[in-house]
Design a binder for this molecule. Structure first.
Ligand code: ADP
Length: 609
C-alpha cells in the first residue's frame, strides 16, 4: 500500500518534470519516492524471508535504495530552496556510498556481522514474520552518521532559506522538520529492531512516507501557486490589453502618434496610428533618414538641424513640420520629444509624441486669407470714396475747361477760314473734356451702386471709337492695331462709355506688355469681335511678354501690379464693369507669346446692330 501510494506521487511529479525540465526538485522527489517504494518492497520481502541467507542479502542490498534516497533528498532540498552547502551535500553522498560499500565488504551486511537466527513473531491477523538476530556490525554507525549529515545539511539550508525572507518560514519548517523527525525515527527504530529490543519488522518506508508526503505537499503548493500566478498574470495581461486598447483609441481620436527612436541602432518604433498618420507601412523599418525623407522638402533641413541641436544637448526637441504622404497629400505635425542620455552624455533614446495639426494650420491659412480679403475690401471701399472725391474735385476744373473752350469757340466763329485749325483743336478739347467727365460720372455710379446705363450698344462701334481715341498713343509707341470685326453683330445692352473704358484699358495694357519687345512683328495688337451664339465676344491679343503663371489668379485683384508705376486698378475696374453687364472677363497666355484678354457681353435680343 505504501509503495503504490508513493509510486503514484512519484509518477505525478515525474510528469511535471517532463513538462518543465528545469524543475529539478520534481525529478529528485520522484527518484526519492521510487527508492522509498523499493525499500517498502524489500521490507515486505524481509518479513517473509525464509532463510538467513535471504534476510542477509536483503539487508545488504537495502543500502543501495538508501543511498539513492539520501542523495535525492539532499538535492531536492538544494533545488527546492535554492540553497544548501554543497560540501555538506557531498559529505552525505560520501558517507552513504561508504555505507553501501561497507555493507558488501564487512560482515554479512552493514547491520550484522553475522545473522545467527531468524526469529518468527506472530502479528495480528495470524501472520508470522521473520526478524533477524545475530552479532552487530561495528561499521553500522556510518549509517546514522550519514543521516546526521543529511539532517545538518537540511536544517542549514532551511535556516539560510528562512533568513533570505522569501517566505514566512513555513515551508522551511515543514520540510526540515519532517525530514529531521522521521529520519531520526527510522534510525532509532532500525537500531531497536537490530538490537532485538523490540519485536518488529523494519518499517523505514513507514517513516519515509511522511517525509515524502511533506515534500510532495510542498511541490504541489508550488505548482498551485504558479498556476495562480499564471492566472493573475493572464488577468493583468487582459487588463493591460484593455488599457492599451483604450490608449490606442484615445490616440486615434486625438490624431496622436507615439514614437521612440533608438539612436544607437537608428531604429524608430511608432504606434500603428503613428505609422498611418505618417503614411509608413506597418512592416517597414523606420530610420531617421526615412523619417526625414518623408518630410516636405523645405522642412527637412530645419528639422535635421533642430534635432542635431537637441542631440548635442540643446534641450528637448519641439517643432512643427509638414509630411508628404504617398498620395502627395500634405499634413502638418507638431512634435514634442525628450532625449535620454547615458552617463557619458551620449544620446541613447529620443521619445515623444506627434500630433496632426493639419486642420489647425488650414484654419490659420483660411484666417490669413480672410484677413487679406478684408484688407482688400476696405481698400476697394476706399476706392469708391476716392473716385467720389476725384469726381467731385475734377468736375469743377473740367467744367471750367469746358466753358472756357466753348467761349473761345464763340469768339472764333466769325473768322472761320484762318482759324479752322484752332477750332478743330478746341473741339477736341471739348470732346475730351466731356468724355472725361462722363467717365468719372459713370464710374462713380458704377462703383457706388454697381449699376450701368442701359442702352443698346454696337460693340464694333465701340472698338472703332476707342481705336480712334488711342490712335496717337499707338503711333507714339510704334504699335500697330489689327482689327477683325464680325460683320453681323447683334447689339448688346450696356453703357457705351464704360465699355470703351474697358477696351481702352486692355489696349493700353497690351501696349505696355509689348513695350520692351524690340522686334517689329511683336509690336502688334489684334482686336477681334465675334458672335459666339450666346454673347458678343471681344478679344485683345498682344505679342508681349505674357502673364506669369503665379500672377494669373491675381491680375484681376485690386492693387495687384507688376509695373513700377502701376496702380493695379485697371483690370479690377474692367472686371467690375463687365460683371455689371452680366458678362465675363478673362485672360490666357498665347501658345507662342503674349497674352489674350477676352470679354463677353450677353446680346440684346431686340434690334440687330
Ligand atoms: P496696372 O496696369 O496698373 O499694373 P492692371 O490691373 O491693368 O494694373 O494690370 C495688373 C497686372 O496685370 C499688370 O501689372 C500686369 O502684370 C498684368 N497684365 C495686364 N495686362 C497684361 C498683358 N497684356 N500682358 C501681360 N501682363 C499683363
Amino acid at each position: 500500500m505504501i509503495a503504490s501510494a508513493i509510486l503514484t506521487l512519484a509518477l505525478l511529479h515525474l510528469l511535471v518534470w517532463l513538462n518543465q525540465r528545469r524543475q529539478w526538485a520534481h525529478l529528485f522527489f520522484s527518484i526519492a519516492a521510487i527508492a522509498v517504494a523499493v525499500i517498502a518492497g524489500m521490507e515486505f520481502m524481509g518479513m517473509r524471508a525464509a532463510s538467513i541467507e535471504q534476510m542477509s542479502t536483503l539487508l545488504r542490498w537495502c543500502h543501495l535504495p538508501f543511498l539513492v534516497i539520501w542523495v535525492a533528498i539532499a538535492f531536492f532540498v538544494r533545488f527546492h530552496f535554492g540553497t544548501g552547502r554543497l560540501w555538506l551535500a557531498w559529505t552525505v553522498c560520501g558517507l552513504r556510498t561508504l555505507a553501501l560499500i561497507l555493507s558488501f565488504t564487512t560482515g554479512q551486511n552493514l547491520f550484522f556481522r553475522e545473522i545467527t537466527r531468524l526469529k518468527h513473531v506472530a502479528i495480528f491477523g495470524g501472520e508470522t514474520i521473520s526478524i533477524p538476530q545475530g552479532v552487530l556490525n561495528p561499521w553500522y554507525v556510518i549509517g546514522p552518521l550519514s543521516t546526521l549529515a543529511l539532517i545538518v545539511f537540511v536544517v542549514d539550508a532551511s535556516v539560510t532559506h528562512y533568513r533570505r525572507g522569501t517566505d514566512t518560514g513555513r515551508r522551511a519548517f515543514i520540510i526540515s522538520g519532517s525530514i529531521t523527525l522521521f529520519l531520526l525515527a527510522s534510525v532509532a527504530h532500525a537500531a531497536l529492531v537490530n538490537t532485538g529490543m523490540i519485536n518488529s519488522p523494519y518499517l523505514a518506508s513507514l517513516s519515509f512516507m511522511p517525509i515524502i508526503i511533506a515534500m510532495s505537499y510542498e511541490l504541489s503548493y508550488d505548482v498551485l501557486r504558479s498556476a495562480q500566478l499564471a492566472q493573475r498574470l493572464q488577468a493583468s495581461e487582459a487588463g493591460l490589453r484593455t488599457s492599451e486598447q483604450r490608449m490606442d483609441l484615445a490616440m486615434s481620436a486625438a490624431e496622436l502618434a507615439l514614437w521612440e527612436w533608438d539612436i544607437v541602432h537608428d531604429e524608430i518604433w511608432s504606434t500603428d496610428k503613428g505609422r498611418t498618420l505618417f503614411g509608413i507601412a506597418r512592416t517597414e523599418r523606420i530610420s531617421f533618414n526615412l523619417f526625414l525623407n518623408s518630410l516636405y522638402a523645405e522642412d527637412r533641413e530645419p528639422v535635421r538641424l533642430a534635432v542635431d541641436k537637441s542631440l548635442a544637448g540643446g534641450g528637448d526637441y519641439e517643432g512643427e513640420y509638414r509630411v508628404v504622404l504617398p498620395d502627395e497629400q500634405i499634413r502638418w505635425f507638431a512634435t514634442r520629444s525628450h532625449i535620454e542620455f547615458n552617463k557619458l552624455g551620449l544620446p541613447l533614446r529620443m521619445y515623444g509624441v506627434s500630433i496632426d495639426i493639419s486642420r489647425r494650420k488650414q484654419a490659420e491659412v483660411d484666417a490669413q486669407k480672410q484677413r487679406y480679403e478684408l484688407a482688400h475690401l476696405s481698400r476697394v471701399t476706399m476706392l469708391g470714396e476716392l473716385s467720389g472725391a476725384l469726381a467731385h474735385q475734377l468736375n469743377q476744373p473740367l467744367a471750367a475747361i469746358l466753358s472756357n473752350a466753348q467761349a473761345a469757340l464763340r469768339f472764333l466763329a466769325p473768322d472761320a477760314e484762318a482759324l479752322n485749325e484752332v477750332r478743330n483743336i478746341l473741339e477736341d478739347i471739348v470732346a475730351d473734356d466731356k468724355r472725361a467727365s462722363d467717365v468719372i460720372q459713370r464710374l462713380r455710379l458704377l462703383l457706388r451702386k454697381d449699376e450701368v446705363q442701359s442702352q443698346p450698344v454696337d460693340v464694333n462701334k465701340v472698338v472703332r471709337k476707342v481705336l480712334k481715341l488711342v490712335h496717337g498713343d499707338l503711333a507714339n509707341r510704334n504699335m500697330v492695331a489689327n482689327i477683325d470685326l464680325a460683320a453681323q453683330l447683334p447689339a448688346i445692352i450696356g453703357d457705351r462709355v464704360l465699355l470703351q473704358q474697358v477696351l481702352l484699358n486692355l489696349i493700353m495694357n497690351g501696349c505696355e506688355a509689348a513695350a520692351h519687345v524690340e522686334a517689329v512683328e511683336h509690336r502688334q495688337l489684334y482686336i477681334h469681335t465675334l458672335w459666339n451664339g450666346d454673347a458678343v465676344q471681344v478679344s485683345v491679343c498682344d505679342r508681349g511678354r505674357g502673364i506669369a503663371i503665379d500672377d494669373m489668379e491675381h491680375i484681376f485683384e485690386p492693387f495687384f501690379t507688376t509695373k513700377p508705376k502701376g496702380m493695379g486698378l485697371g483690370l479690377s475696374i474692367c472686371r467690375t464693369i463687365i460683371n455689371a453687364h452680366n458678362g465675363q472677363l478673362w485672360a490666357v497666355n498665347n501658345a507662342d507669346c503674349g497674352a489674350s484678354f477676352y470679354f463677353t457681353l450677353p446680346s440684346y435680343q431686340g434690334e440687330s446692330a
